[in-house]
Design a protein around this ligand. Sequence first.
Ligand SMILES: [Zn+2]
Length: 192
Amino acid sequence: MIAGHFGFAAVVKGRERSAPLWMLMLASVWLDIVFVPLFLAGKETMHSVPSHSGYGAAVIYADYTHSIVGALVLSAILTTFCWPIWGRRSAIVIGLVAVSHWVLDLIVHRADMPVLPANLGHLPRLGWGLWRFPMLSASLEALLVLMGAGFYWGAARAISIQAGRETRWAAFVSILIAVCGLGILGLDVTSR
Ligand SMILES: [Zn+2]
């Protein structure tokens, strides 16, 4: 899931003016950004599900970045970094958006996300496995993208009108969110 995370970031941007959209989008995939070097180093791994391919057909052992504790620590690091730049409120919102990644992943992942880093204590792994139903899962992502574009449009339009500016820019950005989000989802769904 990538598009769904971006969509959620845009939903938040519709309510939270001071945090920049690009930072909220970066926060929404922060756990996956940290996953990349760990994956390349072989510390976190990804396996395809037998008899399936393409969208959602993966079991991902991201045992540090996608453990509950790991996700909270990474989000706290991001909040700490953003605090001096955008202030307390925005930094906390950015941190919560980073945590939202874990919550959205919980819905789609196939019971592969541990509680503690490195799956210490071998507690049950979490994930409700919506990826087993690719159509449902892709629909949820599309819904998040469209909600994000809609919420962004509503907020940006109101701000433009208030400031006596044209609303064209707000419309352009919300259309961009919808097109890019659905484009990324399309690539994800048709990948194999
Ligand atoms: Zn993830």
